[in-house]
Design a protein around this ligand. Structure first.
Ligand code: 3PG
Length: 308
């Protein structure tokens, strides 16, 4: 079988070596397409792919139409909002993700941004510490757990809101569960987002929640820019000169921040939460192994779409 690794944002070369080894050990052939500039470049190589490994690359009906042999697509990462699950199901394609494989990298980036901001971007002036501050985790999945672990080490008090996770899982991790999302925002100086982007969450973080945050509020977004109501965030930051926004990838209205909120924001130039060699190896090799196992035994662990 042909396994196409199609990543506009390339994996580290050590990850590619290990992905290739896993694919070939399973008796398959790996084809690599990196840094493609147009969807057409991807369509051109997808024609004879039986399986595909992607990152945040868009897998939509047009790509699926150009890949008639495709049987499985694995998103090497956690969030699969880039996959059209209905189109996969409609074409008998199994869609999977690789949950947990890049979570530590994302959590380390969140804390990196928090420390950078607390020290004023290392500008030589007096900053503040994270120790003793309250951190609210909006969702307690794999990244949330890593956040709790690191935050506890830094001496932060950690609260979490996640109606889909058993309270005991949170308390066992030393985290205090809160009953409502409003409780989280009103109790935490730092709030870190770990929700997926879907129909329920898109545009859901706006004025109603952000205006509840205590003085010195810092919103940390390593989830997706789409979960933020960008216009309302600007409104809140205009009203509150104490508020900061740190985000893994700039919002669409980023130029407004440069004009209005100097020193109160930080945006990565490119989504880079999972951009470590370790996370690339973990997620890429997991994706390759899931494909090998699917072809060998029909294993559908980590399938995220419904069967037809
Ligand atoms: C994820 O959902 O796993 C992360 O956002 C990583 O995305 P990336 O593979 O595009 O870096």
């Amino acid at each position: 079988m042909k396994v196409l690794v199609a990543t506009e944002k390339p994996f580290a070369s050590a990850a590619i070596t290990q992905i290739r080894e896993a694919v070939e050990k399973g008796g398959h052939e790996m084809v690599l397409l990196e840094k493609y500039k147009t969807p057409q470049e991807l369509y051109a190589v997808a024609g004879d792919a039986d399986a595909m490994i992607v990152r945040s690359d868009i897998v939509d009906a047009a790509l699926i139409g150009a890949a008639p042999k495709l049987k499985i697509v694995v998103r090497a990462g956690a969030g699969y909002d880039n996959l059209d699950l209905n189109a996969c199901t409609g074409n008998n394609i199994v869609a999977m993700n690789t949950p947990g494989q890049n979570s530590n990298a994302v959590a380390e980036l969140a804390f990196g941004m928090m420390l950078f901001s607390a020290r004023g971007g290392f500008d030589g002036k007096t900053g503040s510490e994270l120790m003793g501050k309250t951190l609210g985790l909006h969702a307690f999945g794999n990244v949330g757990k890593c956040m709790a672990h690191i935050g506890t080490g830094l001496g932060m008090k950690i609260l979490a809101f996640d109606p889909f996770v058993d309270r005991k899982i949170m308390t066992d991790a030393g985290v205090t569960p809160v009953e409502t999302v409003e409780d989280l925002y009103s109790s935490c100086q730092y709030v870190s987002l770990h929700i997926p982007a879907n129909d329920r969450t898109r545009n859901s973080i706006g004025e109603k929640l952000l205006s509840l945050m205590p003085p010195g509020a810092v919103l940390v977004n390593t989830a997706r820019k789409e979960v933020i109501n960008e216009a309302e965030l600007v409104t809140v930051m205009e009203k509150r000169s104490d508020m900061k926004y740190l985000s893994d990838v700039a919002p669409d209205n980023a130029e407004l921040y440069a004009q209005k909120f100097a020193g109160r924001y930080f945006f990565t130039p490119k989504k880079m939460g999972a951009q470590t060699e370790e996370a690339n190896i973990n997620a890429g090799v997991a994706a390759a192994r899931q494909i090998v196992s699917f072809f060998a035994t029909g294993d559908e662990t980590f399938r995220v779409n419904k069967p037809k």
